[in-house]
Design a protein around this ligand. Sequence first.
Ligand code: PEP
Length: 264
Amino acid sequence: MNRSRKIILASNWKMNLLPEDTKIYMEKLCPMIESMSSRLDIHTYVPYIDIQTALEYSKNSRIKIGAQNCHFENFGAFTGEISTDMLLSLGVKNVIIGHSERRKYFCETDEIINKKINKALNSNMSVILCVGETIKEKNAGIELEIVESQIVNGLKNINNKYLNNVCIAYEPVWAIGTGKTATSLEADSMCKKIRSTIEKIYGKEISMSTSILYGGSLNLENAEDIIIQSDIDGGLIGGASLNPEKFYEIIDRVNNIVKKEGKD
Ligand code: PEP
């Protein structure tokens, strides 16, 4: 965790929680995080049908409500999809792109992901680009190449002026929802590699200011250990974020680390 970069704690609800749960969630979480360090950015990525409720019940709070996906076209015959204009019309400016579940279950390739990133950034939205290797790729020893190619292809032709609206989440696929977390050293070393890949494309300054998160079975027990690492700037949290109290406990731990440094 490097205090000159934005520290982001983002919850990803996936296909969980109804609008009535969303109301209760926001009513609990919003007041609890009001006094947190201004260095922490708290995001919640909710299902589309929860967006309006989430926005309504988090109004005037510091939580940023985001979507878990978007399409690369403005409108048209794309049954079941959502456009950036639709999200923006509700006031949503944050979106996750390239989550491994989108890659696996919805056949999203780096090329599709690149088009979505391009569209979202051109629409003035902020993007979390998810990357990470499968267990097969890890066992084959090719995780560095895989992650590097996901970054290079995902950000292909993305102009450097947009990079302050891009954050990367390193999420080893074998760690997502499995209870198996990367060790803090494994996670930090991949995040360093990601930073050096960004540096190769965009230069040192941009690479040093890009927030890189870790995701994959983060919870209260392991969050501090992982997020304190020098090249990890926060976390993307699925299962452990579905309960507002549990998500808050993680935020609180990270907040304490920031406060101890006395730079708030
Ligand atoms: C995720 O959905 O991005 C994620 C990291 O999930 P989990 O924390 O449940 O592994």
